[in-house]
Design a protein around this ligand. Structure first.
Ligand code: AR6
Length: 205
C-alpha cells in the first residue's frame, strides 16, 4: 500500500524501500525468488501496526514515559506495565521483549537508546547496538515482521541525520547476515523524518 499527501489521518504511508537497481542486484546474486527488498518505510503511529513485533524507545526503567514509549504503554494497557516491572532495569544499548497485550503487534521489543551528549560518549555505537540487540531478540523469537521507531531522536536528542544513517546501515548489515526478521520497517511519525529515511534508503541502494 502506498498513499501520498491525501492519506486519511491515521493511515499508514508505506513505501517499499530501495529502488529497482537494488532489486536487480538482489535477483542476480541470490536468484529471482528473493527479489523483494526486506526494508520498508512507513509513516504513522507505530502502535497501530499489525506486525509480529514493534520496537519502542524506552528508558532504563521500561515503565513508560513520553513519546513513542508513552504511546505504546497507553495502547497496550496495564498488563504491559506489570510485565515491564517484573523485568527490572534495561541498560542503554540493550533490549528486552514482552507480549503485545492490547496492541495489534504480537510482541514489543523495548530498547534503550543513548541520551545524546555531544557524541563523545559512544552514543553512535550504543544506538547501533540498540538495533542489533532488538533484531537479535526478534530473530531468537521467530519474529518475521518488525517495525522500528526513530530511536533516540526525540527526548534523547540524537541528531537525526546521523541516527538515520546508523539505523539504515545497521539494519542493512543485519539483513546481509540473517534470514529473520524477513521484513524490517522504519516507522516515522512525521513528514520530515519520513523524507530523511526516503533519501537515505535511496542512497543506500
Ligand atoms: N509512533 C511512531 N513514532 C513515534 C510515536 C508513535 N506513536 N510517538 C513518537 N514517535 P522519543 P527517545 C517518534 O522521545 O528520543 C520517553 O519518555 C518521535 O517523533 O519517543 O528515544 C522514554 O520513556 C521520535 O522521532 O524516544 C524515554 O525516557 C521518536 O519516536 C525517552 O522518551 C523517538 O522519540 C526516550 O527518548
Amino acid at each position: 500500500m502506498y498513499c501520498s499527501a491525501d492519506c486519511k489521518p491515521g493511515a499508514i504511508r508505506e513505501q517499499v524501500a530501495l529502488n529497482e537497481n537494488y532489486c536487480e542486484k538482489t535477483m542476480s546474486s541470490r536468484g529471482p525468488q528473493v527479489e523483494q527488498s526486506r526494508m520498508k518505510l512507513l509513516q504513522g503511529d507505530i502502535t497501530k501496526l499489525a506486525v509480529d513485533a514493534i520496537v519502542t524507545a524506552a528508558n532504563e526503567s521500561l515503565c513508560g514515559g513520553g513519546g513513542v514509549d508513552g504511546a505504546v504503554h497507553r495502547a497496550a494497557g496495564p498488563g504491559l506495565f506489570e510485565e515491564c516491572r517484573s523485568i527490572g532495569i534495561c541498560p542503554e544499548g540493550e533490549a528486552r521483549i514482552t507480549h503485545g497485550y492490547l496492541l495489534p503487534a504480537g510482541r514489543i521489543i523495548h530498547t534503550v537508546g543513548p541520551v545524546w551528549d555531544g557524541g563523545g560518549y559512544d552514543e553512535r555505537e550504543t544506538l547501533a547496538k540498540c538495533y542489533r540487540e532488538s533484531l537479535r531478540l526478534a530473530a531468537e523469537n521467530g519474529v518475521e515482521t518488525i517495525a522500528f521507531p526513530f530511536i533516540a531522536t526525540g527526548s534523547y536528542a540524537f541528531p537525526k541525520d546521523e541516527a538515520c544513517e546508523i539505523a539504515v546501515s545497521t539494519v542493512s548489515e543485519w539483513i546481509a547476515g540473517h534470514s529473520l526478521p524477513k521484513t524490517i520497517s522504519f516507522c516515522c511519525f512525521d513528514d520530515e523524518d519520513y523524507a530523511l529515511y526516503q533519501a537515505r534508503l535511496a542512497a543506500t541502494s
